[in-house]
Design a protein around this ligand. Structure first.
Ligand code: SF4
Length: 343
């Protein structure tokens, strides 16, 4: 695997802005390349680079605030490509792309895919440039291939772990989705949000994985957590402090709904919502967290229900005597506030 960070963009920004101190952050998988880049920037321009070392999972993890906290001049957020190129007052989004090719794994997938005529194609940031060649290759094999339209945040065919708004509108136009890349995280999310058969094509191992069983397991756990939370009398409502996930309005709405249904609510703000951080709050019987929905959907280690926004909506529906419906089948599980948070 060779993931390349768009270094020329970084050099362009440094030359244009002439900063003294730069804050940098990147997901764990890109830390090695990111540290190399920091070294280059230090050597080439004499700029001090500070790695923001807190968890960085998605485009929601920008570090505009840290620029002020560290008296820096700008921030570089690496590896979460998007249609926007800057966030907040100081942050530049820097693309990273993976050179790996999909020819072999697409050949391996064709026998599995032949029962599906119409295919929706999706991927995450590092493989976006592979959508066009894979689309051509599948079309040459007789498939009708659709790619979701670009929107105000995501490129054509792109999905985030919480936002499927490019692909989800295709759910009635396709028979199955093909997800390019080795990411159970994204492909399970796509399967849950669309309820379509979804196949993950791993270009490193050349394997094709049907994600339906993994998605169904998470769906059942998500439903079970909602019903468990229904019995709770005391709730913790957690607002995330990460820049792209600050959903205070949603937390307030959910708190009011819980209180009007006779529950006691303690509002909490956290940067990282983990079992360790929630453990001291022993009096709380269930949590709703309005930060990253995947903390709840994939969080198998919590000792009490920890509901995401879609699950909280389902809980409120139950409390108000309505059907919970397919609450994960929606284009977005959270309205990311990337670039929208007023300073
Ligand atoms: S909120 Fe969305 S973008 Fe942020 S880490 Fe979670 S899934 Fe990824």
């Amino acid at each position: 695997m060779t993931v390349r960070i768009d270094e020329s963009k970084v050099f362009e920004i440094i030359e244009a802005k002439r900063p003294s101190v730069v804050v940098v952050n990147a997901p764990g998988g890109l830390l090695r390349q990111t540290k190399n880049l920091m070294e280059q920037v230090r050597e080439k321009y004499g700029v001090t680079c500070i790695l923001a070392g807190d968890s960085c999972f998605g485009i929601c993890d920008t570090v505009d605030d840290e620029v002020e906290n560290l008296h820096a001049d700008l921030a570089l957020h690496i590896g979460h490509n998007a249609t926007i190129k800057t966030v907040g007052d100081y942050t530049y989004l820097i693309d990273a792309v993976d050179d790996v090719k999909f020819d072999e794994v697409v050949d391996a997938a064709i026998p599995t895919l032949t029962t599906y005529k119409r295919i929706g194609l999706a991927t995450f940031s590092q493989h976006l440039h592979q959508l066009a060649p894979v689309k051509r290759k599948l079309e040459q094999s007789g498939f009708d291939v659709r790619v979701g339209k670009q929107n105000n945040l995501m490129m054509e065919g792109q999905v985030f772990g919480c936002d499927f708004s490019t692909s989800q509108p295709l759910q009635d136009e396709v028979d199955a989705f093909v997800f390019l890349g080795e990411s159970e995280f994204h492909s399970v999310g796509l399967a849950l949000a669309t309820s379509k058969p979804t196949f993950m094509l791993d270009p490193y191992m050349n394997t094709v994985t049907d994600m339906r069983a993994a998605a169904e397991e998470r769906r059942k756990r998500a439903v079970l957590a909602v019903y468990k939370a229904l019995d709770a009398r005391v709730f913790g409502v957690v607002t995330g402090l990460k820049e792209g996930q600050r959903m205070l309005g949603r937390s307030t709405w959910i708190s009011k709904k819980l209180e009007s249904n006779g529950r006691k609510v303690v509002q909490i703000a956290l940067r990282d919502v983990t079992p360790e951080r929630l453990a001291p709050h022993r009096e709380i019987e269930a949590f709703v967290q309005t930060a990253c929905p995947r903390i709840s959907i994939d969080g198998f280690t919590f000792d009490r229900p920890v509901l995401s926004i879609p699950q909280a909506d389902a809980l409120v529906a139950l409390m108000e005597g309505r059907d919970i419906g397919e609450f994960l089948q929606r284009p977005k599980w959270i309205e990311l506030t990337v670039g929208l948070v007023p300073r």
